[in-house]
Design a protein around this ligand. Structure first.
Ligand code: 13P
Ligand code: SF4
Length: 301
């Protein structure tokens, strides 16, 4: 039997569902039951009847799925696949901002640790951050951990006072304006679709700004042939499936997320076979972290 057949057989035997983010390798996306952006996958995680969730993504994704589903068993194919930005805010900084502003809402990007989520009023993803922040009653918003998504939200919701934190995604900030100008020179007819984790000078050149699912949707449904893509090139797989004729270019070489790349078919088979890399979150931590996640699911619809 092939590795794919083994995975399918074991998945059924163990009543497991496989969720995959658009950034993992195409062959891993191909064996998933559901592929999507962070918001879609967190919604799916709450809806599945399966006893086990195999989360092909990075740690904050598996952790959020476990927090939202304390009674299910959640497994990560690679326990070391972590998002560095998830750790780029501190408890001390949050307490300092809460002290400085009487009426402040802490808005926490889902790319964050469970501990940071416990200090948040609401979680957001790139696909719902603008909408959720706009509808919060608070004027002052402390946006953690990503300063770039925070700046983008601030621009879209000028009526709020958005306080920024210093975190960022190392992969998206490496997509620079200089590299973009080179790519645009090489492909002058291409439209530019970009993720809001990129810096503001890069976003200023965008024809479209949105989540991974938003970018895919835009490229597939826009009547145009060529696109420069300002996010991890894992999104190319889904675009090619839905619109094989489109010409896609990266801004720079190696537009990858090294952590998402750690997820392989062999590791998916291993967790299904040996029940390794199960995600555990301490119940009191999970209970507190669940509140802003549930609020996101409620407000983000
Ligand atoms: P999406 O929610 O847009 O899929 O983004 C997740 C992410 O990690 C972007 O770097
Ligand atoms: Fe984290 Fe950046 Fe990878 Fe997204 S692309 S998971 S923000 S390191």
């Amino acid at each position: 039997m092939s590795i794919v057949e083994d995975i399918i057989k074991l998945k059924e035997e163990k009543n497991a569902v496989i969720l995959a983010h658009y950034y993992v390798d195409e062959e891993v996306q191909d064996i998933a039951d559901y592929i999507g952006d962070s918001f879609y996958l967190s919604k799916i995680a709450t809806k599945t009847d399966a006893e086990r969730i195999i989360f092909c993504g990075v740690e904050f994704m598996g952790e959020s799925a476990k927090i939202l589903n304390p009674d299910k068993r959640v497994f990560m194919p690679d326990a070391a696949a972590d998002c560095p930005m998830a750790h780029m805010a501190t408890k001390e900084e949050i307490l300092k901002v809460k002290d400085a502003y009487e009426d402040v809402a802490v808005v926490c990007y889902i790319n964050s640790t469970a501990e940071l989520k416990t200090m948040a009023d609401v979680c957001v993803t790139s696909s719902n951050a603008v909408k959720i922040v706009r509808n919060l009653p608070n004027k002052n918003i402390f946006f953690i951990p990503d300063r770039n998504l925070g700046s983008y939200v601030a621009e879209q919701v000028p009526e709020k006072n958005i306080i920024l934190n210093a975190g960022c995604c190392p992969r998206h900030v490496a997509i620079t304006e200089e590299k973009l100008m080179e790519a645009k020179e090489k492909h002058p007819d291409a439209l530019f679709a970009v993720h809001p984790e990129c810096t503001q000078d890069v976003l200023a050149h965008a024809d479209y700004i949105g989540s991974t699912a938003g970018i895919i949707d835009y490229v597939v449904n826009t009547n145009h042939d060529e696109f420069i893509i300002g996010t991890v090139d894992g999104v190319f797989a889904e675009i090619k499936k839905q619109a094989p004729g489109k010409k896609l270019y990266t801004v720079k070489d190696q537009q990858i997320c090294v952590n998402m790349k750690k997820v392989t078919l062999e590791k998916v088979l291993d967790v299904l076979t040996n029940d390794t890399n199960e995600v555990f979150v301490a119940p009191d931590l999970a209970q507190e972290a669940m509140k802003p996640l549930k609020k996101m699911l409620e407000l983000g619809q």
